[in-house]
Design a protein around this ligand. Sequence first.
Ligand SMILES: *Cc1c(COP(=O)(O)O)cnc(C)c1O
Length: 615
Amino acid sequence: MDRDPVCGMIAKEEFKYEFKGKIFYFCSNLCKNEFRNSPDKYLKRSRRSEGIEKIKERKIAYFSMEIGIDSSIPTYSGGLGILAGDFIKSCADLKVPLVAVTLLYEKGYFIQRLDAQGNQQELSVQWNPKDFLKPLLKKVNIKIENRAVFIRAWQYDVVGVSGYSIPIFFLDTDLEENSEYDKGLNDFLYGGDQWYRLLQEIVLGIGGVRMLHSLGYTGIKKYHMNEGHAAFLTLELLNEMKINKDPKLDFEAVRELCVFTTHTPVPAGHDHFPYDLVNNAFGNPSLREREFIPSDILKMLGGEDRLNMTLLALNLSKHINGVAKKHGEVSKLMFPRYSIESITNGIYSSTWVCDSFKRLFDKYIPDWKNDPFSLRYVLSIPKDEIWNAHQEAKNKLINYVNKKTGVDIDSETLTIGFARRAAAYKRADLVFSDVGRLIKIAKDAGKVQFIFSGKAHPQDWAGKELIKKIIITSERLKGRINVVYLEDYNMELAKILVSGVDLWLNTPRKPQEASGTSGMKAAHNGVPSLSILDGWWIEGCIEDITGWSIGSSPGVESNDQQDANSLYDKLEFDIIPTFYVGREYWINIMRHVIAINASFFNTHRMVQQYVLNAY
Ligand SMILES: *Cc1c(COP(=O)(O)O)cnc(C)c1O
């Protein structure tokens, strides 16, 4: 059957319309009427389809609730979005025929301001999508509560080293046709209530598939859900298949099409919605233009009590993976009925290597950007050049901090960085469990200073308390240990931090860190980690060679007291002495961090694994 010339979905015999002697088929009365009102617009468009062959070559559609490409495009909140952006950048370099879909957040996540007591204020972001993205003419619509919600897309092309580009489509409902509420559906990332979030996910999953088809992407062989937020796309595919073939729902055919990456190792982290909300959203069955998935089947796919987006994705994906080896195992325990593999995360090397190390790598390993595996040859770069590159990055950080905060930190002191989402399980305050011991260590073993950063989710009160606690502690330590908390953690600041500190600290409660990526960014700049054995660090830690571990072995549950003691021991007996007394050995560690970890924990390796194992 033909595609609807208005929205690109599969057309139906019953919605036909004759115009200038030619018969056109549509998916619904809605599109038919749209065509009738302005046929020229759609006829012109179909003549402009020379590029269509190229479009049809795209085989993989990547869906993510957030994508972070650059600080200036504030459509991300943290790890998940930046991972998506890094992944797409490597796909562009490696010419993977992919397109990406996300939402356009007109007011971003939020800008963080902190007062002297550490109270977080959330300001909405002012940015102009027109400055970065190209608005497209195509519109599609979805039915929510029996009304049509129209969606358009903005395009951003990520261009790879050899010129191959990957389009990202940012979906947007801020259109005149829509109600005031619907216009605001993509104002905020992770803002609003459950209903708001549900509608956002419907726009992403169902609207996203429709938009791709409408834009001519009809050759898609895999739909990759980066986390469960996009799982509604499975329902759209089920419906499409049904229209396409026989009226039976073809679960196997949809499973064949779908790839699911889960990112959350704790049940509370998975999105779920009450069925009455879901049913309201999908509207009155008797008014539906095409029958929605019957509720008994939806319950079979998404869970009895609530619609669990992770379950929905699990049930309709053939390939499922976690984001580190350990996380794959933990996910398997959580969902024993499914076959779950793991592909460990990475980061996009060129984005995260600072200028001074870029110059150094360019000099000794000219092809490192195309071939990050070759970073293993960093072992042969002279130590003094490694140190100088690091000191340059460190000075940049120190200047930044001193200018921003007025605190006078210096570039000779061992500088420890901790920056990530301020969530309770990340235990940013673990290092301050015993302030007395910390002061003593700094006095006896050698000076240390700390730089913190990170936003708390607007509704995460425990996370906000954590920020206050760090800031109050920094006051208490004044004059003895310098501690600063930098406002508004984003990609730009992250790069200054991960490259400028001497040591990257991470203290999550096991097994809650699915992967973690900031330690990989640090590794690309020769900065070793001191971290709990969880997530990627289980794979990345070689004690005394790529950094240090804190606390018990991976399988054992975390104990705050023991972890804090272990952290202090490592600082006192291994790290501080090596940094001040064994400087040669320290620089050797820096080389091994790059050679062993940067050469592996990058998105080029990760993308190749997805292509081989998942697509
Ligand atoms: C890398 C990054 C993150 C994720 O870091 P994790 O170690 O995975 O928590 C979050 N926010 C920003 C701004 C980042 O650059």
